[in-house]
Design a protein around this ligand. Structure first.
Ligand SMILES: Cc1cc2nc3c(=O)[nH]c(=O)nc-3n(C[C@H](O)[C@H](O)[C@H](O)COP(=O)(O)O)c2cc1C
Length: 483
């Protein structure tokens, strides 16, 4: 008899058990969905190493209807999620990821999801008049949000009208009423391109929204996976195992068989309502409420005691700024190497810039112009160009992830006149908080700051006034009770 293939069902509970065993999960009982849960999560994300939070007994909801936040905000959790050895250092994790995105992409085609006959996601089904998205404790995350966001750390799966390609994107989802939600897909995003095709053909757009699963789901759905590639395949390449999926009864769209909650429905031609505002990755409400597609929810599938995956933005560091910083830093290092920049020690896309606007690379200077080469490529390479504002190059003795060290190098190793290059009319964004002051929206100028010691004066440059590495290590060891 033919053996049915099994796969990885992206079971959030398996992942929660793992991180609980690692001491990285904190239970929070009795928080209110109305602002309190959002504020607790926001403040938690500001800790040096924030634990993941699992909320239960949420005001007004039955015990067991839960939300998890801050899922990816530590190197240990992020490395576990990415199927890597457990890593506790930010820069070592970046090193461990280097080269992997290219490899995952190349191998994705080998990991088509495998269909499962059924799965825990079908434990409960709402259809027709029963459909009610208020069944789940969606938070009002912040005071100025346009509504309750049920989808933040979510995956929105849709299908291309022509090719049948299934795209999975992380797009925020706001509740309009018990069976309507609003989708925010920026124009260039793959889901938006697919939506436009259905609207041009006058056809309803099929959608499934996965509101909880292993955080690998929303992290990869939030990554720029190539046009035409299904994110489920990419996740399979990371896990070295295909995903186990089931299909929606109405749309036939696939979702992980152990997903927590799935909304299924259609965005009908002409059906748009105001959605937002909601914070952006850089920590501002840079958009107003805008007309966006409405999904009429016609089925809800959910597990017993379901868990929403929450990942809301705020002034960084925020819920997903750490995972973005790590993944983009690895991709930036790879891009520098691919462009022929030698001796890149480390790169860090700082959370304060939403992992886009303030990026730093440390190099071991080898030749005249090496630092400028690294800075300009950091600012302009494919993965770095969108809304990059500051690209800073430092010497190898500076930790690029440490803002104190970086700004010390900027203060002491640069002459503003000599060491800051300005690129005019670079790639910006409509979501740029500075766009209010720009005549030409979508552009931004960019500064490349060469904060390396001047290459032609290296031997004369004054030595740093600090204890040698050996003396520091010896002293730390002997005086550990104090230091
Ligand atoms: C938690 C989270 C929320 C996001 N919210 C949105 C959003 O509301 N709208 C949007 O266009 N992109 C959003 N993004 C970014 C997209 O997910 C990202 O650009 C992704 O590449 C889109 O998928 P696509 O490349 O298949 O279009 C979000 C990312 C994350 C991680």
């Amino acid at each position: 008899m033919e053996k049915l293939a099994t796969g990885n069902s992206l079971d959030l509970r398996v992942w929660l058990d793992k991180v609980r065993a690692l001491g990285e999960l904190t239970d929070v009982l009795g928080a209110d969905w109305n602002l309190e849960l959002g504020a607790i999560s926001e403040l938690n994300a500001k800790k040096a190493v924030p634990p993941a939070l699992l909320f239960d007994e949420i005001t007004g909801y039955a015990k067991g209807f839960r939300i998890v936040t801050c899922s990816t905000s530590s190197p240990v959790r992020l490395s576990t999620m990415l199927n890597l050895e457990i890593e506790r250092s930010h820069l070592k994790l970046v090193q461990a990821i280097r080269g992997k995105p290219r490899q995952w992409q190349a191998e994705a085609a080998d990991y088509d999801p495998v269909p499962a006959q059924t799965g825990p996601i079908f434990e409960n089904v709402q259809s027709g008049d029963e459909v009610d998205v208020y069944t789940f404790p969606s938070p009002l995350w912040h005071e100025k949000d346009g509504g309750r966001y049920i989808g933040t750390g979510c995956m929105v799966a849709t299908r291309d009208l022509d090719s049948g390609w299934v795209n999975v994107g992380a797009y925020r989802v706001m509740i309009h009423d018990r069976n309507h939600v609003g989708l925010n897909m920026i124009a260039s995003k793959h889901g938006a391109i697919q939506y436009d095709k259905y609207m041009a053909a006058g056809k309803p757009f099929p959608v499934v929204i996965v509101l909880g699963c292993d955080p690998l789901g929303y992290t990869i759905s939030g990554l720029e996976v190539p046009f035409g590639m299904c994110e489920y395949n990419y996740m399979g390449a990371i896990l070295k195992e295909p995903l186990s999926v089931v299909h929606g009864e109405l749309t036939g769209l696939p979702f992980p068989s152990a997903a927590e909650i799935v909304l299924e429905g259609w965005a009908y031609p002409g059906d748009q309502r105001n959605e937002g505002p909601f914070g952006e990755f850089h920590g501002y409400y840079s958009g107003h409420a805008e007309s966006t597609p409405v999904v009429t929810v016609e089925r809800i599938y959910y597990r017993n005691n379901p868990i929403i995956m929450g990942s809301a933005v705020s002034k960084p560091p925020h819920d997903y700024s750490y995972s973005k910083a790590v993944l983009r830093s690895a991709m930036l290092s790879d891009a520098l190497q691919a462009a022929g920049v030698p001796d890149v020690e480390a790169t860090w896309a700082h959370e304060i810039g939403g992992a886009r606007m303030f990026n730093v690379v440390a190099i071991r200077q080898r030749y005249a112009g090496h630092a400028r080469q690294a800075g300009h490529i950091l600012s302009q390479c494919g993965v770095g160009v969108y809304l990059s504002r500051y690209a800073i190059v430092v010497d190898e003795d500076i930790d690029p992830s440490n803002l104190h060290e970086v700004m010390w190098a900027v203060a002491t190793r640069t002459d503003p006149d000599l060491d800051i290059d300005i690129i005019k009319r670079g790639t910006g964004s409509k979501a740029d908080p500075m766009a209010v002051a720009y005549q030409h929206k979508g552009f931004t100028s960019k500064a490349v700051i060469d904060a390396c010691r001047p290459f032609d004066h290296l031997s004369e440059f004054p030595p740093v006034a600090e204890a040698s590495r050996e003396l520091q290590d010896k002293t730390r060891e002997k005086w550990q009770h104090i230091l």
